[in-house]
Design a protein around this ligand. Structure first.
Ligand SMILES: [Zn+2]
Length: 398
């Protein structure tokens, strides 16, 4: 199969991409080849979602579920209260609709956190593992146990989830009574089971509370470099330049991966005066060589009433929220939904070179710049060379 006349990242003239056995076999003009002609439209490697919540997704409004204060704490409370009334079928159905949205926006690999608590955590995991089978060949899925390491019953549940096949150790230290114990326990579990770690960190605007620094120290002390992902990192923004530099140096040495969730930070925070939002300092972190990705986080649930798993929209939002306006910064916004999260998920053969897996997205724009600026429609999505989504765009001005 050949995708004819498509434009690659940074390249001038359109090329043809030939796909064979699920991989990119050749890039260059192929006379007389069979395939669709895209008229010079841009092709991306499949977008990679490094942080979302399929168990919570698309639950807003159903059964009166609304977050009236718009705060993280109300979101957590009303979500928890709604869970005992939910069935496995409900969790699966909403997650299935979320996955269809993600595929339609060009996402070909996705990491989701799943609440791992006594409110049906293991039941949800069972349903999601079934969905992973159902979506096999369409989108690759991996799951993080968003549990309560450090709490005795929380640890026991994490162990059970890991034994039942969850991929990654998670947690949310800043909302536990003892964040240091939570992080320590998460790293203990990761070492015991040989799994990566992915934690919700410092999702608040309180400068006096910063868990990122001790996390980096613990990771370094245990030699777990490149194994740990830290999401949100909002309170880093409120530190003095000296403290920021010190913490960034430790994060660099610990080779932490960071995920910024700009849309959710914008809606959940800023309730005080002045209405500050704790978007992590993306430019300073990237300048230090740290791997920073962007994720959707919550989609139409009590935490975030907006969204549709569109990572191009998320990159566009990051341009606004983090002022990524220079040409190289706009390119960075695109790297943060492709190359950077692919490193976090450890995807082998990711990219647009010969030999890479043919996870490809053709957009209705003739350059990457335009695709980002105007959140271009996705025309075709291929997973390992197989067409998994298509839409036709027809404009009429009457
Ligand atoms: Zn999250």
């Amino acid at each position: 199969m050949t995708l004819k006349n498509v434009r690659l990242w940074g390249a001038g003239e359109p090329v043809d991409i030939t796909v064979d056995k699920g991989r990119i076999a050749a890039i260059g003009a192929v006379p007389d080849s069979v395939g669709e002609d895209f008229g010079g439209r841009a092709v991306f490697p499949g977008f990679v979602e490094s942080h979302c919540h399929l168990d919570k997704t698309l639950s807003l409004g159903a059964g009166g579920l609304e977050n009236h204060s718009g705060t993280l704490m109300e979101a957590i409370e009303i979500w928890r209260a709604s869970k005992p009334h939910r069935s496995k079928a409900d969790f699966k159905e909403r997650a299935r609709r979320g996955l269809l949205q993600a595929i339609a926006r060009g996402t070909t690999s996705l990491r989701s956190h799943l609440d791992m608590d006594s409110y049906k955590g293991l039941e949800v995991l069972e349903g999601m593992l079934e969905l992973r089978q159902e979506f096999s060949g369409k989108i690759d899925l991996e799951f993080v146990a968003l549990g309560q390491p450090g709490d005795p019953s929380g640890d026991a549940l994490m162990v059970e989830a890991l034994q039942r096949g969850i991929d990654i150790v998670g947690g949310c230290p800043h909302i536990t009574p003892d964040p240091l114990a939570c992080m320590k326990s998460a790293l203990d579990l990761a070492e015991r089971f040989g799994r990566p770690v992915d934690l919700h960190m410092d999702e608040h605007e309180n400068p006096a509370h910063l868990d990122l620094e001790p996390l980096a120290e613990m990771v370094l002390a245990r030699g777990l470099q490149n194994q740990v992902t830290s999401d949100h990192n909002c309170s880093l923004t409120f530190q003095s330049p000296e403290v920021q530099r010190r913490v960034i140096d430790k994060v660099t040495k610990a080779e932490l991966h960071l995920v910024s969730l700009p849309a959710v930070n914008l809606v959940l925070q800023g309730k005080g005066h002045p209405p500050a939002r704790g978007l992590m300092p993306i430019k300073a972190l990237r300048s230090a060589g740290i791997n920073v990705a962007l994720g959707s986080d919550n989609v139409v649930d009590p935490f975030q009433p907006m969204g549709n798993y569109d990572l191009l929209w998320q990159a566009n939002t990051a341009v606004h929220a983090a002022s990524l306006t220079a040409p190289e910064e706009r390119q960075a916004a695109l790297e943060m939904i492709t190359l950077a999260p692919a490193r976090i998920l450890g995807l082998p053969g990711y990219g647009l070179q010969v030999g890479c897996t043919a996870d490809l997205v053709v957009v209705d724009a003739h350059s990457y710049e335009t695709a980002l600026a105007q959140i271009a429609p996705r025309l075709r999505v291929y997973k390992a060379g197989k067409l998994v989504y298509q839409q036709e765009v027809r404009h009429e001005w009457l």
